[in-house]
Design a protein around this ligand. Structure first.
Ligand SMILES: Cc1cc2nc3c(=O)[nH]c(=O)nc-3n(C[C@H](O)[C@H](O)[C@H](O)COP(=O)(O)OP(=O)(O)OC[C@H]3O[C@@H](n4cnc5c(N)ncnc54)[C@H](O)[C@@H]3O)c2cc1C
Length: 331
């Protein structure tokens, strides 16, 4: 019971940086009183090399459970079965996932199989010591971000998904090495879906969670042409794209780019908001950016309360000027 299990996500057989962040966060809240273990589901192409082991250990994991199975692609029905078997076998007090698409798919399915609760999209965690193990206090925004709710589950194990970028990885373990435990479950891959082909989304720029610069658009960009300009500008400065939910709901841009309470959370070095009002639901997803620049025609727009620099001007015109300047520079 004295264990915190962290689901460790892979991308092209590399450990995602946000998984190291979550392992470090688990280590931080555990105050060295519990074992931190990482659970990796991988196929035979994955190699847990010395570098990965060193990093897992350095960023706080004491153990890694390597669940090696025979599959070609991530499967949202099969992976929860494997995590369920892992949890049954090792009986941890707490199980954590990043609040990524994958984490959001695996965590609720696993929780339901375990007949336990799940607190989703947390922005803060704390653990308390009980006679029979550890309990998790999970904090998450509620009532549209107006209240922070601290949730203590009545069931065990405690399970939570944690917003990416809530905590940045930190070095904890310096001498020694990680314990590797290989697990093998005879679970059939009874998925109701069959992946025929995997086509990489080349338009994704870089992922929002790791982006250094994000250029983000709201309803002030008016239409799809405005978002095409945003895309051109993003390419010129090697940035990622973000958007408000309103722009997503209007079909101006794909939902995967949505930033905010019901979207993704980002902490880039620079966040440029074009035609974004600055509703609290949006702000919670980007307020920890290092520098915020806002372009809005309304000098009283709430976004200016968070911005380091403000431009009171038509967002489409500013984009035209920036694109034309950068294209001339390139020639
Ligand atoms: C439960 C809940 C969850 C939500 N989750 C999210 C979320 O995750 N992310 C999110 O973004 N929103 C979310 N929302 C919606 C949020 O409350 C706002 O409605 C939304 O963020 C507003 O988007 P916007 O700024 O693009 O549009 P608007 O509110 O319409 O603002 C447009 C802005 O553009 C400016 N503008 C107009 N014309 C120009 C121009 N030519 N040039 C420059 N500026 C111009 C205007 O002055 C205005 O400030 C959520 C809402 C609820 C209730």
């Amino acid at each position: 019971m004295n264990e915190i299990l962290v689901y460790t996500q892979l991308n092209k057989n590399e450990i995602c940086d946000f998984s190291y962040d979550l392992i470090s966060y688990a280590k931080e809240i555990s105050k060295n009183e519990t074992v931190i273990s990482s659970a990796i589901i991988a196929n035979s192409d994955f190699i847990l090399d010395e570098n990965k082991k060193k990093n897992l250990y350095k960023f706080g994991a004491d153990k890694v459970y390597l669940i090696k199975e025979n599959f070609s692609y991530y499967d949202k029905y099969y992976f929860p079965d494997l995590i369920f078997e892992t949890v049954k076998k090792i009986n941890p007090s707490i199980v954590l996932f990043n609040s990524t698409t994958e984490g959001r798919e695996i965590a609720p399915k696993t929780a339901s199989k375990l007949n336990t609760g799940l607190t989703a999209d947390c922005t803060g965690l704390e653990i308390i010591k009980k006679e029979d193990g550890f309990k998790l206090i999970s904090t998450r925004p509620t009532f549209g971000g107006k209240l922070m709710a601290s949730i203590l589950s009545k069931t065990t194990p405690d399970m939570s998904t944690v917003r990416v970028n809530t905590f940045k990885k930190k070095e904890f373990n310096f001498e020694g090495e990680i314990e590797v435990i290989e697990l093998n479950f005879e679970v059939n891959q009874n998925s109701s879906i069959k992946i025929l082909e995997f086509i990489e989304d080349k338009k994704e720029f870089s992922t929002l969670e790791n982006a250094k610069i994000i250029v983000s658009g709201g309803m002030g960009l008016k239409n799809k042409e405005g978002f095409e300009k945003l895309e051109t500008f993003a390419k010129l400065i090697n940035a990622s794209i973000g958007a408000t939910r309103k722009a997503v709901d209007k079909g101006l841009i794909d939902r995967k780019f949505q930033i905010g309470q019901t979207g993704k959370c980002a902490t880039p070095e620079i966040y440029i908001a074009f035609g974004i009002k600055g509703a609290i639901h949006h702000i919670v997803g980007m307020e920890n950016s290092k520098k915020i620049i806002a372009v809005n025609t309304d000098k009283n727009a709430p976004i200016f309360n968070y911005a380091d620099f403000g431009i009171i001007k038509d967002a489409n015109l500013v984009l035209d000027e920036l694109i034309s300047f950068l294209q001339k520079e390139k020639v």
